[in-house]
Write a protein that binds this ligand. Structure first.
Ligand SMILES: Cc1cc2nc3c(=O)[nH]c(=O)nc-3n(C[C@H](O)[C@H](O)[C@H](O)COP(=O)(O)OP(=O)(O)OC[C@H]3O[C@@H](n4cnc5c(N)ncnc54)[C@H](O)[C@@H]3O)c2cc1C
Length: 457
């Protein structure tokens, strides 16, 4: 079938909402992963209704046109990157809130609404949707679900999977299915809703999301900032916090490399006086008692701790964490990696990263969501493409994570960038099973082909 065939049919189905000019198409050849496809996609379709998404999928199936679903394009794994012959389905025009039910603590929304936009609309109802990627003001709810996004609050409030009740999903051939349950409980059949969450656009297009909401957290949070002389002590102390039963809302660890980047940017001298910084925040009922207990524990581990409820002082303690990535960005183009290890192996993971850093002679500033053992070793380089030496060092970081009983990705996903290591974690049997599951949902391999599963693999 010639390429013009899908284009003409798409234009007839979505009059005025199919773009094929080179300037528009160029914007869809990259996301925030640093990966850019070698050529322009076929077209970009901008549906506004579920029926339009279904029509697009029917046309795509009949013309064998591959589809790349796209939210806001903030993904860090290359999942939304589109190339020659591919049709982008951009969902950012499907952004309505269809229902907010305070009684049932749920909201029903279209996938293209931004996370931050949704939470602003929920606030007057005394409710919020907990997934909080640092990109929440620029990423979509559909993208958060497709990536099973995490963030700073996960150890206490869970990752996106814990915050989704049900989904409407359009399959590659245009069929519409509803998975999950509007009820709090529901165990009928296999849990296809969980399967869709984190499926990275490879199984279906999420077109409606029923979200589980939380009541707004009352009271002032207590913030603690702790400086350590030894990174290993900081990592071990963070692990001890959760081991002792404390559940802080936020616990963020930054190593000396990260502090050096901040110093370079601010002219400060944090790194000369300490080896690591731990930011902790306790919220809700019992925040003061929890903060007291955590403070005692951190001090016993040798930290110099400041604790506050004053918003200005709290903001000062936060500023270090907020400034971390902008400061690291000054080193060059970034490959922000994302492994997770069991919490009691965090200290070992940091030690192994220092060793890799020394052997490859490359700085690897590493921040960590220490409440859940999710580390972001970050590599900087010049130019657009990740040099082989950086990939070699990153590959060692991935192997290390697996050796410590961890995982290749805590929250950023596999996409294009990590697909060649997927089998290392899953093993041959599960890898094959997962590929066959993809085939059941999408037998023609039209949805995000080449993402997650390496065609060469
Ligand atoms: C500054 C910055 C900070 C970030 N911080 C975090 C963080 O703290 N935690 C975290 O987890 N991530 C983080 N990210 C990564 C990114 O924001 C998340 O992965 C986010 O969930 C992607 O949402 P998006 O709307 O941009 O999706 P996109 O990038 O457009 O798409 C991501 C993937 O989801 C698929 N997809 C998108 N929408 C749908 C849909 N409706 N149906 C089916 N598939 C779909 C796409 O095909 C693609 O594979 C960060 C990114 C940036 C740039």
């Amino acid at each position: 079938m010639p390429e013009s065939a899908p284009l003409a049919r798409l234009e007839a189905a979505l009059p005025g909402r199919v773009a094929a000019d080179p300037e528009t198409l160029a914007a869809y050849t990259a996301d925030r992963s640093g990966h850019r496809s070698p050529g322009l996609p076929l077209a970009v379709a901008l549906p506004e209704t579920v029926e339009e998404v279904r029509a697009i999928c029917r046309i795509a199936t009949e013309t064998r046109t591959p589809i790349v679903t796209r939210g806001a394009g903030t993904g860090l794994a290359g999942g939304a990157v589109a190339g020659p012959g591919e049709l982008v389905v951009d969902l950012t025009r499907m952004r309505r809130i269809l229902e907010i039910s305070a009684e049932n603590r749920l909201a029903v929304v279209e996938p293209g609404i931004l996370n931050g936009e949704l939470n602003a609309a929920l606030a007057p109802h005394g409710l919020w949707w907990a997934p909080d990627p640092a990109s929440k003001d620029i990423s979509t709810v559909g993208g958060n679900i497709a990536m099973n996004a995490g963030g700073l609050l996960c150890a206490k409030y869970g990752v996106t999977r814990e915050a989704v009740l049900a989904l409407k999903v359009v399959l590659a051939d245009g069929r519409l299915i509803e998975v999950g349950h509007r009820t709090v409980k529901g165990v009928t059949g296999y849990d296809l809703c969980a399967l869709m969450i984190g499926s990275e656009g490879t199984l279906g297009i999420i077109v409606e999301c029923t979200l589980k909401l939380q009541p707004a957290v009352a009271g002032e949070p207590v913030t603690l900032g702790a400086f350590f002389d030894r990174l290993e002590d900081a990592a071990a102390a963070a692990a001890a916090v959760t081991a002792r039963g404390h559940v802080p809302a936020i616990m963020e660890l930054m190593d000396r490399r990260t502090l050096e980047c901040i110093d370079r940017r601010t002219g400060g001298d944090l790194a000369s006086g300490c080896d690591a910084y731990l930011l902790v925040q306790c919220d809700g009922a019992g925040a003061f008692d929890a903060a007291d207990g955590i403070r005692a524990l951190l001090e016993a581990a040798g930290a110099r701790v400041t604790s506050t409820t004053d918003p200005a002082e709290s903001e000062r303690l936060w500023a270090l964490r907020r400034g971390a990535f902008p400061a690291i960005e000054a080193l060059g183009t970034l490959l922000i990696e994302d492994i997770a290890v069991p919490r009691d192996r965090m200290a070992e993971a940091y030690a192994r990263i220092r060793d890799i850093e020394a052997r490859y002679d490359v700085p690897i500033p590493t921040t960590c969501h220490a409440g859940d053992g999710n580390l972001h070793p970050t590599f900087a380089f010049r130019g657009e493409e990740v040099p082989q030496r950086i990939w070699d060092a990153a590959a060692e970081v991935f192997s290390m994570a697996l050796e410590l009983g961890g995982t290749l990705s805590g929250e950023h996903g596999i996409g294009l960038l990590k697909r060649r290591w997927l089998e290392d974690e899953l093993g041959r049997e599960q890898f094959d099973l997962q590929r066959r599951i993809k085939g059941v949902f999408d037998p023609l391999n039209l949805l995000n082909p080449g993402k997650v599963f390496d065609p060469a693999g």
